[in-house]
Design a protein around this ligand. Structure first.
Ligand SMILES: Cc1cc2nc3c(=O)[nH]c(=O)nc-3n(C[C@H](O)[C@H](O)[C@H](O)COP(=O)(O)O)c2cc1C
Length: 163
């Protein structure tokens, strides 16, 4: 294999695509697409999401200290594209898309009910890495489409047809 130097960029693959949903102190809900996300601890179970401070959602997560990570099915492309290309600053994205929402069980944030998996998260720390602030959060509850939950309650993520 012949190698060549490539332009320096955040090039890890695969890059997951999720919807992060959040709520501000007035009860206003919002959601955005996040590609900068990863598992970061299995004990306790934790994940990280990266949000650019200029996003409307940023202040919501910063203030509430919680959010929901929603895994997105391939059949939800329209919702995904809208949430990643419009800002809550310009209008209610959940209303505009007709997204079904429900209150999370343990945190003050909305769940996107039509997404096959919803992960309730509590922020424990954050680090400004550059363009993004990475929020490290404890996973406190997972709601999943019953067809992908095995008899021991673990998730069979292979059954999910995700975006
Ligand atoms: C594929 C994709 C990945 C994205 N990843 C991120 C991300 O990791 N962090 C981020 O802050 N914005 C990311 N965005 C951009 C936001 O989703 C977008 O700016 C959104 O409109 C912000 O919404 P808000 O202003 O309502 O919070 C991504 C967009 C797309 C389409």
């Amino acid at each position: 294999m012949k190698k060549k130097l490539a332009a320096i960029s955040p090039c890890l693959q695969p890059s997951p695509n999720i919807l992060v949903s959040c709520r501000d102190s007035s009860g206003r809900d919002n959601a955005l697409v996040v590609g900068y996300c990863c598992n970061c601890s299995y004990d306790p179970p934790m994940l990280m999401v990266g949000i650019v401070p200029s996003r409307f959602s940023y202040a919501m997560v910063k203030e509430s200290g919680c959010f929901v990570v929603n895994l997105v099915g391939k059949d939800q492309r329209e919702l995904f594209d809208y949430m990643g290309s419009h800002s809550g600053r310009d209008g209610d994205k959940l209303l505009a898309t007709g997204a079904n929402v429900a209150d999370a069980d343990l945190i003050n944030a909305p769940i996107l009910s039509d997404c096959p998996v919803n992960i309730e998260c509590e922020v424990v720390d954050s680090i400004k890495t550059g363009s993004h602030e990475m929020f490290a959060a404890k996973i406190v509850r997972i709601h999943a489409d019953a067809t992908v939950v095995k008899s021991d309650d673990s998730l069979d993520t292979g059954l999910l047809d995700l975006i």
